[in-house]
Ligand binder design. Structure first.
Ligand SMILES: Cc1ncc(C[n+]2csc(CCOP(=O)(O)OP(=O)(O)O)c2C)c(N)n1
Length: 280
């Protein structure tokens, strides 16, 4: 007699809306890996998942929030951080996590990012930096390196602009926890997301990811596997390095690590103190 082996479920599926599977991501994309990092960080911390809110903007990464089986908001393009700030101010008891793309967070949403960092509001922002606007077919964005090829910066000249270095931007704007990893450093990145969630203040975690469909194809970087192997080669870990020294050179050296972990009063706590003073 043959026995049917039990169907094993992925342990993180308990956090995921299975009815939404399969996800929209292309083969070789890093977003699924980062989705799992967030789920594992929540699991490792033993959080009450009903008190976790996940917010995204628009884009491939922007679809991530909708896959989590909790309170989620898929907001308008660039406004993920603004919506997340609203949720946190309305109910500081909630654990608010933003996950969105580099275009969403640092271009159209760049102003919200820097001001949220300046306020030091207790959000965990996970920004998947795939170096391009993935969802709309591969236009250059705020993190695309000078000279890189994209739909809007074709051969032979490439991108006329210079990129933001996201960890420098977040740190100089006032974020109190700042880290960068690549999608191949899943355990380290998960640990940083955990620290970011536990931190009472603004945490910014950049995860450098592969977009083989747009960035990879236009810059002849191979498939998803090639791109992830490349990350293993160029990622250089330098925990504690001043963020302005955290170089991002896609071909040669992507400096990774936890660069900022400082204490500063958190925004909703400050608001609460002010309200209490006014009541007296
Ligand atoms: C106001 C507005 N402008 C432009 C768009 C078109 N749009 C949709 S997604 C996107 C870029 C997304 O890029 P990124 O945030 O880097 O995410 P990715 O898709 O690469 O994960 C743009 C420009 C839009 N939806 N709304």
């Amino acid at each position: 007699m043959t026995t049917t082996p039990p169907i094993l479920k992925h342990p993180m599926l308990k956090y995921i809306r299975e009815d939404r599977m399969p996800a929209i991501y292309c083969p070789g994309c890093s977003i699924g890996i980062v989705t799992q990092m967030i789920a594992r960080a929540i699991d490792n911390l033993g959080l009450d998942f009903s008190k976790v809110v996940i917010v995204s903007g628009i884009g491939c990464t922007g679809r991530t929030s909708g896959y989590f089986k909790t309170g989620t908001i898929h907001t308008t393009h660039g406004r993920a951080v603004a919506f997340a700030e609203g949720v946190k101010v309305a109910n500081p008891e909630l654990e608010v996590i933003v996950v969105s793309g580099d275009g969403d967070i640092a271009a159209i949403g760049g102003n919200h990012l820097i001001h949220a960092c300046r306020r030091n509001i207790d959000l965990t922002i996970v920004c998947i930096n795939n170096n391009i606007y993935g969802m709309t077919g591969g236009q250059f964005g705020p993190t695309t390196e000078h000279g890189r090829f994209s739909q809007t910066s074709p051969r032979p000249i490439g991108n006329p602009e210079y990129p933001f270095n996201l960890v420098q931007l977040a740190a100089s704007s006032g974020a109190t926890f700042v880290a960068r990893w690549t999608a191949t450093q899943a355990r380290r990145a998960t640990a940083s997301i955990e620290k970011g969630i536990a931190k009472k203040g603004l945490s910014f975690i950049e995860v450098v990811g592969a977009c083989p469909t747009a960035f990879g194809r236009m810059n002849r970087l191979g498939d998803g596997l090639d791109m992830h192997r490349h990350f293993l080669k160029v990622a250089e870990i330098q925990n504690g390095l001043p963020p302005h020294e955290a170089e991002f050179d896609y071909d040669r050296r992507i400096v990774c690590g936890e660069f900022v972990n400082i204490e500063k009063d958190e925004y909703t706590a400050v608001l609460k103190q002010m309200q209490e003073k006014l009541r007296k």
